[in-house]
Ligand binder design. Structure first.
Ligand SMILES: Nc1ncnc2c1ncn2[C@@H]1O[C@H](COP(=O)(O)OP(=O)(O)OP(=O)(O)O)[C@@H](O)[C@H]1O
Ligand SMILES: [Mg+2]
Length: 238
């Protein structure tokens, strides 16, 4: 680990992700508003790995969903590879396109489709893109081989262990050659050894490093990242 609690990427590096003044307020009928994020700003350099830590309920998943354009902030903006996710004309379409082409998601509970075999699960992100199917299928198989599942291609997720399912999710996240991986507690359901294997794959399976923002409760996982940011009371603690 190079440094802890430094919110900005080194300024001479290209910023894959620029997060500026994100506020997210949840409003439920008859309840006082909950200000989960209260001005979160940081940046992530190309190929940099950043861990986000914080107590349960601190807003880590909320933040990750906003970074990937799955949720909208109440105010503030995210620039991914220089492009705004939330501001300007056509932001919604732009956001969908950026999400499909530049971002890979990994979740704690894998989120695999139970009725699809693992090759089809890995193919899912390319279904909405322009990928030529035979070429896409070959890439899906290649990625599954890289994560050590080449012998299980016809299997359904339910026939795999948790660690194996997370490997499928990792292959799926890499399918569209993302520039950014967003991982929400990717080792949260795994034993320490299996978790360490997944992290090794996450950081090393691609020839060139991909920027990664990883939410984690694991000190080991955080220590493998270049920087650790702590979310506390809606802000990044320094
Ligand atoms: N859709 C929603 N409506 C209202 N409140 C929400 C909603 N989603 C999240 N919250 C609230 O926002 C706060 C932050 O939730 P979030 O899931 O981001 O926390 P977290 O840091 O990921 O926690 P954990 O470590 O337990 O996963 C919580 O108090 C939660 O109840
Ligand atoms: Mg969470």
């Amino acid at each position: 680990m190079r440094q802890a609690f430094v919110p900005m990427a080194p300024c001479e590096m290209f910023h894959m992700l620029d997060v500026s003044e994100i506020v997210r307020v949840y409003r439920l009928p008859g309840q006082p508003p909950i200000r989960v994020l209260d001005g979160v700003s940081f940046s992530v350099a190309d190929g940099e790995h950043v861990a986000i830590v914080g107590r349960s309920g601190a807003g880590k998943t909320t933040l990750l969903n906003i970074l990937g354009g799955l949720d909208k902030p109440t105010s503030g903006d995210v620039r991914l590879d220089g492009r705004s996710l939330f501001r300007g004309f056509g932001a919604s379409r732009r956001r969908n396109r950026i999400r499909a082409t530049k971002v890979g998601f990994i979740f704690q509970s894998y989120h695999l489709m139970p009725e699809l075999d693992i090759v089809e699960n890995v193919l899912l992100p390319s279904m909405t893109g322009v990928a030529h199917i035979p070429a896409a299928r070959a890439r899906a198989k290649d990625l599954l081989e890289k994560v050590g599942l080449g012998g299980r291609l016809g299997h359904l997720p339910a026939e795999l262990s948790g660690g194996e399912q997370q490997r499928v999710a990792l292959a799926r996240a890499l399918m569209c050659r993302p520039q950014l991986i967003l991982a929400d507690e990717p080792t949260g359901n795994l034993d320490a050894l299996t978790g360490a294997e997944i992290l090794k794959l996450l950081f090393e399976v691609n020839e060139t490093p991909i920027a990664c923002v990883m939410v984690t409760h694991s000190a080991d996982a955080a220590a493998r990242c270049d920087r650790v940011l702590k979310l506390e009371k809606g802000r990044l603690a320094m």
